[in-house]
Design a protein around this ligand. Sequence first.
Ligand SMILES: [Zn+2]
Length: 597
Amino acid sequence: MSDPVLVAVAWPYANAEIHVGNLTGSYLPADIFARYNRMRGRQVLMVSGSDAHGTPIMVRADAEKTTPLAVYQRFHQSFLETFQKLGLTYDLFTSTHTKNHFEVSQQIFLALKQNGNLYPDQELQWFSTAQNRFLPDRYVEGTCYICGFTNARSDQCDNCGNLLDPSKLIDPRSKIDGSRPELRETEHYYLDLAKLQTKVQDFLKLRESYWRPNVLRQSLGQIEAEGLRGRPITRDLEWGIPVPLEGWEDKCLYVWFEAVIGYLSAAIEWGSLKGQPDAWKTWWHTNDVRAYYFIGKDNIPFHAIIWPAQLIGAGTAFDELRGEPNPKPLAMPYDVPANEFMNLEGQKISGSRNWAVFALDFMSRYDPDPLRYYLTANMPETRDSDWDWEEFYHRNNDELVATWGNLVNRVLTFAYKNFDGKVPNPGKLEEEDLELMRQVDDGFRTVAGELESVRLRSALSEAMRLATEVNRYLDITAPWSAIKTDRDAAARSIFTAIHAIDSLKILLASFLPHTCERLHTFLGYHRPLFGKQSTSQVGDALGTHTVLTYDTDGASGFWMPSQIEPGRALVQPEPLFKKLEPKIIEEERARLGEFKG
Ligand SMILES: [Zn+2]
């Protein structure tokens, strides 16, 4: 179980603010999983970055009369702020607009070509005669030829989720001026998915027993039903990574083709920033690495079919092109635990209509851990879920505050006041005390079992069930009244409760890192549970980019039942959570549709 763990997180597209649906879909589950694995003492690398290229950013830059670079940089900064405030512990959060990513993407392209997995072909592409240019992907919208949705993008339909053949789009219109484009021939490189199909199927079949059904349906199921055909992976665009072939410099790699390569390039960049240029191989060359890809369901085809095909197709040629003395193939995904969507008050979240709860705006009024709690308790792991302000209010007050926060505060305040600010000496423990300890200790097995299978909702609910057991134990032993007549009995049950709280702190820490770290200090510990996040500027031939990094600072291996000893000095506790006023429900609902992100 000590194999290296790669936590590969969806790359946020840098043309919109991050909302709660994005968080619960991929970024938050990834962080919970990474924190848990670090607590297990495993070698974790969690990477992602801003997806900086492609037509949506160009369309937005046109509309704002600015450059794609400026658009990407603005949203990149807001992502960095969001992730720091919420405590998402990326070992590296970088960007696709870096020299390193350009090189690695071009090397993957050339490796695929060298292995005969790319071919050039003519395709029909929408062309604007008014602007004398091709209009790939989101430059064109129209009616989906599969489901009839009238606002489909030419490359993918947001309604049915299918990847589209742009030339088949019905009633196409240019996003720039609304005019009707015409089809013209252009030459592009195609990824030969038909040739790679058998190997991709074999890869998927090996994972059939444990992948989520929705992911299998959109990968193996789709291949078995329809088979795979070659897909163009270059575009007639100037904003992006140039195709590394003579005579092709005015075309770019397709944004989806290169963005997924970011999982690899970010690992390489992380190593070089650390001054360990070969460190990435721990997560990319080892047979027993477990690589988890945390994504939303709209990205399944790219992560469960196309990225695996790119990795298989590149083979050892990637290493060969980099001059590695001992070329090896790249590690394949172990799991792609894609989440469904979160809606908002019964309607689909829409950033552009301001029907969204934006992460930064939320955290200007609330603490991060209640957000993490609600988004985990409500995580769309198997079906779509719904953000409901009334439910948020109840889960905060009735669960986080009533079940967990009050338990901690009551017990620690009582110990602090009545036992000289120390963990009391319990004397000989009785059966009821030992029984509670056994139950909570067993949580290290049951909660871990859920976390190992990326069932985070159920892991959190199991940990909270154990907190309820501690409350039940205190209702029975009632140290608050026992202290007046039987001080030893009160000491025994307070010691037992502190022991349980100290264990629950570990079981809950990956979900509620900020408050568990505070609790850790109330319990008198000096070595922190978690490391530190920071940002820095990195310069390269393309300019500078800001990266977010995480220094574990030796914080690792905490996953074990409490060893807390009698006599340990406590720190005066404070409440971990705030009780919310019922009026926030109406206030927040009134904000929806009004807030300008
Ligand atoms: Zn459709």
